[in-house]
Design a binder for this molecule. Sequence first.
Ligand code: 1Q0
Length: 214
Amino acid sequence: MADGDDGNGLRNVLVTFKSCLADNQEILMDPYLKGWKGLVRFLNTMGTIFSFISKDAVAKIQIMETFRSGDQKESYATLQSMVQYELSNSLVDLKQPGSYPTSGCRTILRLHRALHWLQLFLEALQTSEADAQTSVLCTDSYNASLANHHAWIIRKAATMAFYALPTRDAFLANMRVGTNEEAIAMLEEALPHIRKVYEVTESLYAQHNLLELP
Ligand code: 1Q0
């Protein structure tokens, strides 16, 4: 079994995002982090050229897991309770970097922006023609989302790495969910949940003025 493969391909990973949304519309931290871990495993199967990306994602996941196993673990059970806890205890650098460079709010914001990239990329993949180039789909999705928050050097490195992405067919096969048609159908099924998680987080962060945390 390939490294990072849980035996069920990407389906389980994307379905994890479905389980993030609690009945009260709060976003549960544990499945959110589990979803990211699965995505990182998938990214790691695509070659070491992406390791500077997966390392950053892993570092951010670890920051959040540390909160989830610490004294205040209950405060980090959902994104909503995290925002409430950190803001009411002044644990977030709101305007410029200061005492809290690894607050939960700013760490999740980075993953949240990356989730927007994922949403756009999966939408592009789902609607793409058979001969579409994944590097182009990925670059376009990146430019429309994460790139706006990255320094020039990161943008350059990311865009270069995208050229190493496999072809659309190989990419879909690598997802290990059956034929191309089945893989596309799975994306169609998973996307509404990813969109929902993105939208709920976006409005939570907008409501508290947290969308530009340094
Ligand atoms: C498939 C190709 C994967 C492309 C992933 C696109 C993201 C590019 C991001 C480049 C990040 C570069 C590393 C450092 C960035 C940090 O400066 C930045 C800001 O953090 P900070 O602390 O400096 O303020 N960090 C981020 O923006 C977070 C980036 C997290 C990226 C997480 C990507 C996880 C992997 C995803 C693979 C998904 C493949 C899914 C394919 C599904 C196919 C059906």
